[in-house]
Design a protein around this ligand. Structure first.
Ligand code: PGA
Length: 254
């Protein structure tokens, strides 16, 4: 299926001030809006989202890094999907490995994914193995993680779902240490096949499959092309205007 590449910038806990966030956001947004063939999403930390409320345009979107699974009014410190939607947030990352490392289970990821989708947000559900074993047991573990992270999500929501594959061992390094496009291609096919086994071919084709982990301007185009993924989830490189705008422009030309 031919679709616009989806490029997502995950700012994590950066930058340190709203002034810096505004400057970075403005630069990336201006570059992204000129590009016809890709969709760009920036996911600033929660405290900055209000400053960028309703800044989404035809191909540029505001995203969040997490969401709570219900609007319970009694969950101190959490942010419900309704509040995000009210600010014009259209995308949300769910189940990032850094949240899973803080104790987020597959069950929680599934509940958050469903809550986001029900609210009309597009959910980017993250999966990825911690390490690889030479016997290939990580494949079954990955399939299991995928199945459980989507366990309560009905097929009718799959059009608004994206799967981000992020192997933990490849996060936060440089392009040279990232996964190779060839290995990424293999996993992208594996995930599509796993989705087909679980949901049937028609539904399995709906979610874009993204790769994340040490994507920089130096390897982004090769990953998109040879890695056969539908987009990228970018951490540290999304904080450097020259890096991220180069990635976006190159992706637009593919
Ligand atoms: P990285 O982060 O691009 O800095 O490796 C990716 C992520 O954690 O989403």
């Amino acid at each position: 299926m031919r679709r616009r590449k989806l490029i997502i910038g995950n700012w994590k806990m950066n930058p340190a001030s709203l002034a810096e966030a505004r400057a970075l956001f403005g630069k990336v947004k201006r570059a992204a809006e000129k590009l016809e063939r890709i969709e760009t999403v920036l996911c600033p930390p929660f405290p900055y989202l209000g400053a960028f409320a309703h800044s989404g345009t035809a191909r540029f979107f505001l995203g969040a890094q997490d969401v709570f699974w219900e609007n319970s009014r009694r969950a101190t410190g959490e942010v419900p999907p309704e509040m995000l939607a009210d600010l014009g947030v259209s995308h949300v990352i769910v189940g990032h490995s850094e949240r899973r490392a803080l104790g987020e289970t597959n069950e929680v990821v599934a509940k958050k994914t469903l809550a986001a989708l029900k609210e009309g947000l597009r959910a980017i559900a993250c999966v990825g193995e911690k390490e690889r074993d030479s016997d290939g047991r990580f494949y079954a573990a990955l399939k299991n993680q995928l199945a459980q992270s989507l366990s309560c999500v009905p097929r009718r929501y799959f059009l608004d779902l994206a799967i981000a594959y992020e192997p933990l061992f490849a996060i936060g390094k440089s392009a040279r240490e990232a996964m190779t496009p060839r290995d990424i291609c293999e996993i992208s096919i594996f995930i599509r096949k796993a989705l087909t086994d679980m949901y049937g071919a028609e539904t399995a084709l709906l979610p874009p499959i993204l790769y994340g982990g040490s994507v920089e301007a130096a390897n982004a185009s090769a990953i998109l092309k040879e890695g056969r993924v539908d987009g990228l989830l970018i951490g540290h490189a999304s904080l450097v205007p020259e890096e991220i705008t180069t990635i976006l422009k190159n992706a637009d030309e593919l």
